[in-house]
Ligand binder design. Structure first.
Ligand code: ADP
Length: 394
């Protein structure tokens, strides 16, 4: 019998999962997949460890209409049980976006922990409920199976007060308003990979750009978070697929007071209708924008790269320089033109792009005589969740 660990990364209408085998304390990926579009057109997708699609099932054919998390998860658990009789599911791990003040490390989930995670919903209104739904559904479906929550904020627990405190009065700070930082599971994975990938530089001043649909940057020193672009919420910092990133708080006040918008409408516009989508008016997807000849698409990509360049300068200043730059996540790993523009723009900091390496998918994308090297390192948040789950629950 082989021990299995299942991990979840929940979005608002989709649930990404990954299944790992645990042998002698080491995790090995078996499958990854997605329960997607549960509200409209539910599908169940699974790929094996090589990325080959082995299931693409239209759940609407089994039962038409929207599927609840509970139904979709029951379907997945049944598939796992039926697919491999040698595997015994021993624990489940979850990516949870916000750990707030209380959670600075992964925890085993019990009722009190779920309540405490739920109490943080006000800090991440669009993300936190999505994390809680599968935890509750799985607790009901498989009450004996331990569940572990891993928090995207936890990696940034090392931020100094000067980095995490905003310049507002104590009365406002008393509402819990401070910099938390996000994408911590991705940064933790990259930090764990750095020694093998970049050698002695790993312990130096490394800027990591996590550029997915959400995007942020983290300045590490000694493989710990010292500064980061996201703040109190995952809306701050870089321009993103549909989120605005840093925006003058005076603009928010103006829009609330003078544009006839209520808070809920403005929230939707800044989280879901801004960023690459808002500027281009075309798409949130970098592939679409890079392929488009529309001037608004070009402007969106220009702003996207410019904002990264500005933050590189800010983060490097915050930690006293830069020894290496790392790109990761969907855009960071795949969009060579974005990487090229960023590296070219910060050439004055000692980076020299190797255009051929950048376009051919190499790990190091700078020339051998570049004083500061830049790398592409694929992230793996699921592996971090699986490792923590294994350590806490088995
Ligand atoms: P999420 O934050 O949802 O996990 P990903 O890390 O998968 O998102 O990143 C999604 C982004 O990566 C999208 O903007 C997508 O266009 C971009 N992307 C993926 N592949 C490519 C590619 N080959 N070229 C350019 N952009 C890409």
């Amino acid at each position: 019998m082989t021990d299995g660990v299942l991990t979840f990364n929940a979005g608002s209408s989709s649930l990404k999962f990954a299944l790992f085998a645990c042998r002698s304390g080491v995790i090995e990926p078996l499958f990854r997949g997605q329960l997607e579009d549960l509200d409209e057109d539910p599908r169940f997708l699974v790929a094996d460890a090589t990325g080959r699609r082995i299931v693409d099932q239209d759940l609407g054919q089994l039962r038409p209409g929207a599927w609840t998390h509970s139904e979709a998860l029951a379907h997945l658990l049944h598939w796992i049980d039926a697919h491999d009789d040698d595997l015994v599911l021993r624990a489940i791990g979850h990516r949870v976006v916000h750990g707030g003040e209380p959670f600075v490390a992964p925890v085993i989930v019990d009722e009190a922990v779920v309540d405490a995670i739920e109490a943080l919903t006000v800090l991440a209104p669009l993300h936190q409920p999505a994390s809680i739904a599968p935890i509750r559904a799985l607790a009901a479906l498989r009450p004996a199976l331990p569940q572990v929550a891993c928090f995207d904020t936890a990696f940034h627990a090392t931020l100094d007060p000067v980095e995490r405190t905003f310049a507002i009065g104590a009365d406002l700070r008393a509402h819990g308003v401070r910099r938390f930082g996000f994408h911590g599971l991705s940064y933790e994975y990259i930090a764990s990979e750095l020694p093998a990938r970049i050698g002695a530089l790993a312990e130096g001043r490394v800027l990591v750009a996590h550029l997915g649909n959400g995007a942020s940057m983290c300045a590490m020193h000694g493989r710990r978070s010292r500064a980061t672009t996201m703040g109190f919420t995952a809306l701050d910092g870089l321009m993103m697929g549909t989120r605005c990133g840093a925006l003058d708080p005076g603009a928010v006040l103006h829009l609330l007071r003078h544009a006839g918008l209520d808070a809920a409408t403005l929230e939707r516009k800044l989280y879901r209708e801004a960023g690459l989508l808002g500027v281009s008016g075309l798409s949130h997807d970098m592939r679409t924008l890079l392929a488009s000849s529309a001037p608004a698409a070009a402007l969106a990509v220009d702003i996207y790269c410019h904002r990264i360049v500005r933050e590189v300068g800010s983060l490097a200043a915050a930690i006293g320089g830069i020894d290496a730059l790392v790109f990761t996540a969907g855009i960071g790993e795949n969009a060579a033109p974005v990487r090229a523009r960023v590296v070219d723009a910060i050439g004055w900091m000692g980076l020299q792009l190797d255009a051929r390496a950048n376009e051919s998918g190499a790990s190091c994308i700078t020339t051998t005589d570049s004083r500061v090297p830049a790398f592409v390192i694929p992230t793996n948040e699921e592996a971090v969740v699986a490792r923590h789950t294994l350590a806490l629950a088995l």
